[in-house]
Ligand binder design. Sequence first.
Ligand SMILES: Nc1nc2c(c(=O)[nH]1)N[C@H]1C(S)=C(S)[C@@H](COP(=O)(O)OP(=O)(O)OC[C@H]3O[C@@H](n4cnc5c(=O)[nH]c(N)nc54)[C@H](O)[C@@H]3O)O[C@H]1N2
Ligand SMILES: Nc1nc2c(c(=O)[nH]1)N[C@H]1C(S)=C(S)[C@@H](COP(=O)(O)OP(=O)(O)OC[C@H]3O[C@@H](n4cnc5c(=O)[nH]c(N)nc54)[C@H](O)[C@@H]3O)O[C@H]1N2
Ligand code: SF4
Ligand SMILES: [Mo]
Length: 744
Amino acid sequence: MNKPKVDDTKTASKLPIPSPFERVFDGPLTQDLLLRPADFGLGMLPDRVQPDATTKVVCGFCSTGCSLNVHLREGEAINLTPATDYPVNMGMACPKGWEALAPLKSNDRGTTPLLKDRSGRLQPTDWATAMEQFTGRFRAIQAEHGAESVAFLGTGQMPTEELAFLGALAKFGMGMKHGDGNTRQCMATAVVAYKQSFGFDAPPYTYDDYEHSDVMVFVGANPCIAHPIMWQRVLRNQNNPEIIVVDPRTTETAVAATHHYAIAPKSDLTLFYGIANILISEGWIDPDFIDRHVNGFEDFKQHVSEYSAERVAKATGISVERLTYLALAIHRGKRVSFWWTMGVNQSYEGVRTAQSIINLALITGNIGRPGTGANSITGQCNAMGSRLFSNTTGLLGGHDFGNPQHREKVAGILGIDESVIPHEASDPYDEIINKILKGKIKGLWILATNPAHSWINQNFCKDVLDRLDFLVVQDMYHSTETAVLADLYLPAAGWGEKDGTFINSERRIGVIKKVARAPGQALSDFSILQLVASYWGCQDMFKDWSDPEAVFKILAKLSKDQPCDITGISDYRMLDDNGGIQWPLPEGQALENNQRRLFEDGRFFHADGKAKLLFEDPKPMPEPATTAYPFLLMTGRGTAAQWHTQTRTGKSAVLRRLYPAEAYVEVNPRDAKRLKLRAHQRVLVQSQRGSIDARVAITPTVQIGQVFMPMHYEDVNQLTLAHFDPYSHQPSYKNCAVNIVPTD
Ligand SMILES: Nc1nc2c(c(=O)[nH]1)N[C@H]1C(S)=C(S)[C@@H](COP(=O)(O)OP(=O)(O)OC[C@H]3O[C@@H](n4cnc5c(=O)[nH]c(N)nc54)[C@H](O)[C@@H]3O)O[C@H]1N2
Ligand SMILES: Nc1nc2c(c(=O)[nH]1)N[C@H]1C(S)=C(S)[C@@H](COP(=O)(O)OP(=O)(O)OC[C@H]3O[C@@H](n4cnc5c(=O)[nH]c(N)nc54)[C@H](O)[C@@H]3O)O[C@H]1N2
Ligand code: SF4
Ligand SMILES: [Mo]
């Protein structure tokens, strides 16, 4: 593999160690910081770490949040091993974690900013020109079309400090009203479901719950592939648990489970209403818990009474006996936990489906005790940081833009004029795309996400991005499907090349550190944000946002008195010394237990302290299979070695050996026989929106009439149908109609 181009004058320096964690710019925030080489050096490691030592860093891929021991020589990472003394992974890591350093050394890393020339080619430029262009063009667009005509799209893969900086800079500093992130594609449904049901976006569990349960129900989740180290925690369970997997496909997780419910796609809502009906009619519920802690039971009971076992069996394809068995298993379990992921969230009725799972936990009193919970598994390493602190849908720190007291509090703590805080949440991602289409948004800043690959109905998405007057893309690589569309590309440092914190699935805040130099002139996103602030002229607003740790302390202040209060966490070192810390930890509370779950006192976050049962009738699938498009296409994760759009995992030779190089479509043997398809044969997979090449993989893991494609291959989203949950606006990636045509 080629070595990245590196500017020797900059990488040769071994700077003194000024503070425990990275201090990129320690001088005043002026444009001459461009001349300061600090961001290009090393030596920003915790002061107690010797240059030839080992330091702990949380993994930057999935939300499990494993800790990795990074081994250093002369202050620079040479390899890593999973940490044995971290409460999350206990010495384990999946292939992505083991290979986490490999993607940093790739010859398509951005080493200078790139600006589109008159002929439409991206040409190298310097940071000063890049910043002048960026701020100049965005200001010009705003002057002509109003402040709202520029927007941003962020990510769940940058540290919380950078996300908060981005959201605050864009909205309070640059006057943007709209910004969203890739967590819309991922967690929005869980966020809305929790907010409505519990009064706050609050996944209640701790990973120890995997080990305490005696019944675990996984819905639309494939942790063997997507969260392999969480699955290891399941395997450590000593209670001989029943593991029930609800998934149309016979996934690796379904095979490892004790029971697999291969339901018809998108029949989950009906299934769980049916199960609730059985539980209620059999008296297999917890009336005392309901009475004290839950609102809406009588209406819910009435609603589910219409879901007879026969009706549910017909809709789901699950026999009445097996439905009864599922209810009985939940009833018999002393500690029942429910887990869900994208098979639920990515749906046109995802919020109500997530709530149908939450409702089961509530009516059976399976929440707030070890081994229980209605538990949404998060996706990306910092999806939760983005949920609480990105300043997009919610105001910094889990606050509401619409709440005047919240605006006053945030303005006071940040020392900013309250008038710069918008009174409404941002438009969601799909609306931002619509507004570009309608010409209302003309400038877009995309950071650490790759929508030209990952957004739903890709051709449309690319057409829309093409309409922008100015597209800025900030990414580690200049080669991503989105970066190549940019008018201005900004080279970013990635995980391992900067400091900050991530919040994992069990609300644990963990530290990432700079253990490698970013190539060439690539800067941490944090530094790029400082530059933008400076060139925009709003650097005074961020004078206290001097480095990631300073921002962490500001965010802790903002969290005061919120359910996610972390005022008791003093600094990064405290996080590091304790194996990460779960929110909440208010000031004055001792950290007695580092495996904490929410709702142990039965108090939820609604004003009356009670949770709500929410429900609604299921809707028909918007694009069912037809004669012309006879298969239902599901998409999702392919292997533990592939990460999303593959910009990072695709760079590791080790990982590349662990998955097929070409896109493939999984087809049931009976369908294959009927269509006379051979294994590995080339086919076109066609939907009403696109037609893509793939190879056939014949496997009984998909049901007849259904096919599956991993999302990691570039073209897959050309097929998907852009439709969304009405409450969460999350795309429904896992259901559209396709046809398969052999081409050789
Ligand atoms: N290796 C790897 N790990 C990852 C990621 C990655 O890209 N690669 N990405 C991370 C991220 S951001 C996320 S969000 C998570 C996603 O983690 P998961 O949600 O576990 O992964 P998916 O494969 O997207 O979807 C899970 C399952 O939903 C099923 N499904 C589809 N339709 C339905 C339905 O109607 N009902 C039910 N019950 N199930 C259905 C699919 O068959 C699939 O097996 O993984 C994280 N971990
Ligand atoms: N068909 C289908 N599509 C899907 C899904 C599905 O199940 N099916 N799942 C959806 C889900 S759950 C998700 S989360 C999305 C993910 O979709 P994306 O967010 O588009 O996927 P990634 O490949 O993770 O993109 C992250 C980008 O950020 C860059 N990057 C990484 N670290 C940094 C950093 O520190 N700074 C900067 N500036 N850049 C960085 C990477 O190089 C990469 O280009 O995909 C969604 N798309
Ligand atoms: S399970 Fe997730 S956090 Fe752990 S090593 Fe793998 S990708 Fe990293
Ligand atoms: Mo995700």
